[in-house]
Design a binder for this molecule. Structure first.
Ligand SMILES: Nc1ncnc2c1ncn2[C@@H]1O[C@H](COP(=O)(O)OP(=O)(O)O)[C@@H](O)[C@H]1O
Ligand SMILES: [Mg+2]
Length: 249
């Protein structure tokens, strides 16, 4: 079943067209990757979907409901979560309090919110950090808290914007495993952008490629990396070179 439907989304900032007539869908049991060079419009598209930006034109349907005009908060309550925002403002909170920000999307009871937060933290293997301050945590642990906060809102779909940024190889592997568990064990659909392309390729069932705000390709990861248009626009100077350096090509 289709969970998210993005229909001809255009977003302009003054004269700049950050997203141009972008359309795609995400199924309820899918992991979809969104890739493209810097400035392609990935974050803007996430902001449009999650209610942070008003669209210039187009529509977004989530779980059968038109969410085009809804606020970020309303969208989150319907079960569409993203990691990015809460993570930003959380420095002076204890870890468990940060995660409870997510739980409060679903309950107004402090006790219930705390219980949900602790369950999610247990699932992600960070229960022991509950009492620590966010600022004391290493980056990799902070990312898990960001994931926990999103999961505590009990989402059907999770938008992940460059969650691998700043992590080393083994931390990336840990993150991939974690995202696979979030998808597999909790049934959460994922839509992710990632600078670390290998991560998107490993996780995604389907990949969408943006360039200069337009969708230029869509398909299975193995097919997309061979698409001449994608190689020209993007992979030519990133992925292909790196695969060659790694001796994979
Ligand atoms: N709030 C904004 N105001 C004006 N221009 C923006 C804003 N956000 C993004 N842009 C511009 O939109 C384009 C797409 O940016 P972005 O969505 O961040 O790309 P990506 O995430 O793919 O790197 C860029 O040219 C960027 O400078
Ligand atoms: Mg971005």
């Amino acid at each position: 079943m289709t969970l998210l439907q993005v229909n001809n989304v255009t977003k302009r900032f003054g004269g700049l067209v950050a997203n141009h007539e972008v359309s795609f869908q995400v199924g309820q049991d899918e992991v979809v990757g969104l890739i493209g060079p810097n400035g392609a419009g990935k974050t803007t598209l996430f902001n449009c979907i999650a209610g942070f930006h008003q669209l210039t034109s187009g529509s977004v349907i989530f779980d059968g409901e038109d969410i085009t005009a809804l606020s970020d908060f309303q969208v989150a309550r319907l079960g569409l979560a993203r990691t990015f925002q809460i993570f930003q403002a959380s420095g002076d909170l204890k870890v468990v309090e940060n995660v409870m920000v997510g739980s409060f999307m679903r309950t107004s009871s402090r006790g219930a919110a705390r219980q949900v937060a602790l369950e999610v933290m247990e699932f992600l293997g960070i229960a022991d950090t509950a009492g620590e301050m966010m600022t004391e945590l290493p980056v990799a642990a902070q990312k898990r808290v960001a994931l926990a906060t999103a999961l505590a809102s009990d989402p059907k779909l999770l938008l992940l914007d460059e969650v691998g940024a700043g992590l080393n190889h083994s931390e990336i592997d840990g993150l991939i495993e974690l995202l696979q568990r979030i998808h597999g064990e909790r049934g959460v659909a994922l839509l992710l952008t990632e600078h670390v392309l290998e991560m998107v390729m490993k996780l995604s069932h389907r990949v969408i490629v943006l360039e200069s705000g337009r969708k230029i390709a869509e398909g299975e990861p193995a097919a997309v990396v061979k698409d001449p248009e994608v190689v020209r626009a993007y992979l030519g100077d990133h992925y292909v070179k790196r695969q060659k350096e790694n001796g994979d090509a």
